[in-house]
Design a protein around this ligand. Sequence first.
Ligand SMILES: [Ca+2]
Length: 487
Amino acid sequence: MPNRRDFLRAALGAASLPSLIGAKQPPNVLFLSVDDMNDWVGCLGGYPGVRTPNIDALARRGVLFSNAHCAAPLCNPSRTALLTGMRPSTTGVYGNDQWWKPALPKAVTLPMHFRANGYHVAGMGKVFHHVAGFNPPDQWDEFHWQVFDDPWYRRLEWYPWVKKIPNPEGHPFNGLTNFQGEFDWGVLPKPASEYGDYKAVEWGAEFLKREQKKPFFLAVGLWHPHIPMFAPKEYFDMYPDPRLPEVPENDLDDVPAEGKRMAAFRRSEHTRILKEGKWKDAVRAYLASISFADALVGRMIKALDASPHAGNTIVVLWSDNGWHLGEKQHWHKSTLWERSTHVPLIMAGPGMAAAGTARKQPVSLLDIYPTLVELCGLPPRKELEGESLVPLLKNPKAKHKPVVSTFEPDNHAVREERWRYIRYKDGTEELYDRFADPNEYRNIAADPKHAAVKRELAKYMPASSVKPVPERDAYNFDFATHTWTKK
Ligand SMILES: [Ca+2]
């Protein structure tokens, strides 16, 4: 338990905090995540006309980091980086097939650090990566597994807690037969309240109704708008005629081979969607899934506001990575461009000065761990590679270093306010002037007049990347005991 003097020092240092100064205990944390949500959010301006009233309202009452980026543009490496506080190039966790726990047995994750310091730590849904073996029981005082909506996720070897039941009538709902099962979208034949994410929010709301003996860290991990993009009909009805992203035909011509390779990952899905005339349908499903996620965020915040913890709970809303919808001929994430790395990040609650004012400085999801440590008065941890956002929470003009996103060893993108500089493992590069070229169409890395900019930004890239840790097939994993044995 952080002692009260340390806590007050942290709190009083943070801002003028009337509600916090009167608090009897350190603040609680509501750690709320969405999945694969890019900047198509009202307050981020990525898709004018998107309906996200609840996230926008949260941004108005808290602090929106309008230039936030993931440490890695993919679920597991992004979440592992956020939750261990260390970069992929430090941990060796670069992909979705690497269990972090057997590779990093001594890592003290964000929930573990809260647990070790007097907090009650509870969660439901996708917080760590969603497949069995990524979410060890020692992370939590109580945890409830994700409820999936789709038959694809009844793969028992990945989700041993899920019951095997037949496909619902109408599956696949997008009409694309023999397609990759995960890449589906549509309206499921059930009410909103039966969706898995809704159940996670309901559980979180019940948790918040209770008086708590200890300060709490409550994680609610929503799946939406991740594929399969299922949402109730009313959210599809919001977007009768969605706009398609602009995709110049020659956009990849000035991209090095490594970038082209990343863009080509699961290209068949992009090609099939185009060939079958389903691009608009798929964009519409993504927008519907965003608005459904937004409604669930709204329910969660409403539940907090109605609870006894309203005045003493820090809310952190984040998405693990962005999402392409055909830009650079790519669906999915797993690239080092803005589309994949730019994510929503909002903090609200006690300790936020100049609430309602966005911070435009680039920040990283790696910064969340040290920020929460500071706001909650927990002992600092020296292995954390992010930078606390408390100076930015206190002062909208505070400085913050450029941030790095990494995909696979030695491929990095550095994001500074104006520039995105990408350098791949073979030394090839991309540089975008985002003020002049917000869609990153023109790679100007070869222009000698930008040599100094590249040199400056390169300083923020990790000097080296550790080898990838072993993949899942290197272990036998026992779900009942949560043990990994090297084969
Ligand atoms: Ca994700």
